[in-house]
Design a protein around this ligand. Sequence first.
Ligand SMILES: Cc1cc2nc3c(=O)[nH]c(=O)nc-3n(C[C@H](O)[C@H](O)[C@H](O)COP(=O)(O)OP(=O)(O)OC[C@H]3O[C@@H](n4cnc5c(N)ncnc54)[C@H](O)[C@@H]3O)c2cc1C
Length: 370
Amino acid sequence: MAAGLVTPVTGDRLALSWQWSEFYPACNALYEQIQRISLAHFWHVAPAWRVFQSDAERERFFQRWWSEEGKLEMGQQGIALEPMSEEQLQPFHAPGGGFSMWPAGRLDTRAYLDATAKYFRSRNRWFPIHLDLEQDLKFTPDDVRVQRLGLQSRMMVLCQGISARTNHWFHALPLHPARGDILELASDTLIPAVAHHAAWVVPLQATNEANDQPRRGRILLGATYDRNCLDTSIEHPNALGFRRELLQRWNSMMALADGRLGLDDTLTSESSDSESSHRRDRFEGEVLAHVAAVRPASYDRHPLIGPHPTQPNLFCLNGLGSKGSLMAPHLANLLLDCMLENQKIESQLHWRRRDESSRRSHDSKRREST
Ligand SMILES: Cc1cc2nc3c(=O)[nH]c(=O)nc-3n(C[C@H](O)[C@H](O)[C@H](O)COP(=O)(O)OP(=O)(O)OC[C@H]3O[C@@H](n4cnc5c(N)ncnc54)[C@H](O)[C@@H]3O)c2cc1C
């Protein structure tokens, strides 16, 4: 359900996305290649907009990226940033302006997963099954076997997201997950580009659309970030709060711009039954869908990959957090280099980096005390 956004400059600090120059070329190449093989269209590269949220943010942009050094650094990374005026950022409320960034990508994750599933199904290599990882894996010195599927392989990679906690193999991964909610809205407002504002908004395209024209009407709006509620049900008592939060952000992005009523004006009652909440959500469009999932984030926000400590033919690829679409392809390449060519995983990607660094600091403390 992820929006699949791939964005070069992110966060309050307007920082360049971590290791962009490694991650972006790998994801761009992989998605283009899979599009060619599958004849499906799910990878959209186009400028994305960012609307300044404060004077301080605007100033940061001009100091950091509109200086000679900033422009040079962007040029070296193959990134183009251009200031945008309030008029250019229509229909958004953008009194301080903003900027556009290129390249920015959006992976239509559902269409991508459908295309890859179809590919593997056509080769009889697609096994949709829930494995009991305590029981189903059998290891010999040379291979891993999944008897239930009649499969045997030299090595195996577990890419389980937050479910890594449910079995003993990689339950020690330092995951620090966060729930995220996304709304799909029907709106009359034409959104010309993916935009990062009080929330991000994505104009939806039909997957079979040949040209890259945004389709009027359906948009994705997201996402919340919550570490306390990891239940992904949209019936959960907190879900209505997440939905309201997103609609309020939508109002602050749009309503002030053209004088329409904001959500606060319509939220007079605290009643939470679904019928009245549905009515309230229809303030200027319709909530077509509300979805939620948990991001498998790590404590330091870096990925978690590498071999199992005692089972050398078992590996994990996890900790993708909010950036799975950007990071997964390059991480998969690095993991393959480790599996097939015995290359070392650099410590900032290795899932046991915390053990390593605490071991090192423990060793140095011991040395100091002796
Ligand atoms: C609201 C929201 C918005 C997001 N937006 C973006 C975005 O714009 N851009 C971006 O790059 N990322 C985004 N993400 C993050 C993205 O979803 C994650 O980075 C990505 O899904 C992580 O992929 P994964 O395969 O590691 O884990 P998951 O997507 O969690 O997949 C793990 C899979 O393993 C399966 N599994 C687990 N255990 C077993 C078992 N025993 N047997 C069989 N199957 C099993 C699970 O069913 C699941 O399908 C967003 C996430 C959320 C929640």
